[in-house]
Structures are given as C-alpha cells and as structure tokens.
Write a protein that binds this ligand. Structure first.
Ligand code: CA
Length: 226
C-alpha cells in the first residue's frame, strides 16, 4: 500500500513517514504543493494525507487538481484547530475525511485503514474474500478460520490482492504499490513469493485462492464479502 504525505512541518512529516513505514506502507513524502502536485498526479498512490496550510499554496487546491485529473484514491486532509471552513472546503474539493491537528497517530492509522477498505468496497473492519479473512488493524490472516502465519511482505501482497479482489493484478502493479524504490523488482522473486503465499493459504491444495494468468498477473479467485 502506497501512501503519499504532503506536510510542511518537518518533524511531523518524518514521524508520520516512519510510523507508516513501520505499519508496512510504502511512503512518498512532499513538503510543499509543488512536489505534492507531481507525486499525487503521477505516482501509484493508494491513499494520501494532505496538510491544508502549505508554504506555496493550499492543500485544498491539490485535492481539487488531483480529482480533476481523475485520481480517485482516498484523501485525508489535516486542518488546524478552529478552521472549520477548511474542513468544508476540503471535503467539497474531493477529500474523504479530515483530522484536526494535533491528533493521535493511532486515530490517523485507524482512519486510513477505514478509508482504504471502504474505497475497495468493504464495509466491515476486516477484509473477507470467501474463506480468507484479513484483519488490517492486527495484520493477521485466517483461511477457513485457521490462522495463517505470513511474512510482512506476503501479508502486503495478499492485502493488495484482496483490496482488488476479482481484478487481474499485474506484477508491475504489485511492485509499484509495495516497493518504495526501484530495487528488488525481480519478477522471479514475486513469483516464488506468490507460490509460498498460495501454499500457506491453501495447504490442502483444494481452494486455489490465487490464480496466475500467464503474462498478465494474478487474481484472487474469491470475491469480496462486503
Ligand atoms: Ca502546514
């Protein structure tokens, strides 16, 4: 999951980036409108956290521009205390949620998880696709009710496939959304990892939860249970 942070307060931006990386997100960060505009328009963003008061403009304009350009990922805006007009303008510009500074990082994390699952069509707190259940708050997974031990990266791959259940996910898409930089993009590594994930989710080889479509990518065979 790739998160974009646009925040000019250095300490807050760096703390948020570190916390989100610790939670398994790939993070892109910008300190002003100019850099944020580019990242939000051209990068494979899954969710964005945008401060309203930026040194070279307003975060609300960024939201409006990205929406006008057809970007649909969820956006949470950060507003200063007492600026209720900012919340209204931000939501009307196309943001999905807001937090008033200062905030507890746990609240931000919970809101991001809720925005992501709702945007993907899940309403419950855990993601369910057929026999597979993933709890984003605990980062735990069960298959047919049995706990499945996954590595951090296997977990991220499964989460991405579940959020895009039923759709074909290419290797390029997976690497773009899960890796921060251009390293480790060996597609054989991904293939081995998917094979391992498949066996862990389906030790008896009866479910075939993840199908490989040659030359196109992978698809989770179970639809989402809203
Ligand atoms: Ca600011």
């Amino acid at each position: 999951m790739r998160v974009l942070i646009v925040e000019d307060e250095t300490a807050l931006r760096e703390n948020l980036a570190a916390t989100l990386r610790g939670q398994g997100y790939a993070v892109d960060a910008a300190a002003n409108c100019r850099d944020g505009r580019y990242l939000g328009a051209d990068f494979p963003v899954d969710i964005a956290v945008v401060d309203i008061g930026l040194p070279d403009g307003s975060g609300i304009d960024l939201v409006r521009e990205w929406r006008a350009a057809g970007r649909t990922y969820p956006i949470l805006i950060l507003t200063a205390r007492g600026r209720w007009e900012d919340k209204v303008s931000g939501l009307e510009a196309g943001a999905d949620d807001y937090l008033v500074k200062p905030f507890h990082v746990e609240e931000l994390l919970a809101r991001l998880r809720a925005l992501v699952r709702r945007a993907a069509g899940f309403s419950a707190g855990t993601l369910r696709c057929g026999p597979i259940e993933l709890d984003p708050a605990r980062q735990s997974v069960t298959a047919s009710g049995v706990p499945v031990e996954l590595t951090a990266f296997e977990y991220k791959v499964l989460e991405h496939l579940m959020l895009h259940a039923g759709a074909v996910v290419s290797k390029t898409e997976l690497t773009q959304h899960l890796y921060e930089d251009d390293q480790d993009r060996d597609s054989n590594v991904l293939e081995v990892l998917i094979g391992r994930l498949r066996r862990k989710l389906d030790p008896t080889r009866r479910l075939n939860p993840i199908e490989t479509l040659r030359g196109r990518g992978y698809v989770l065979r179970f639809g989402r249970d809203a």
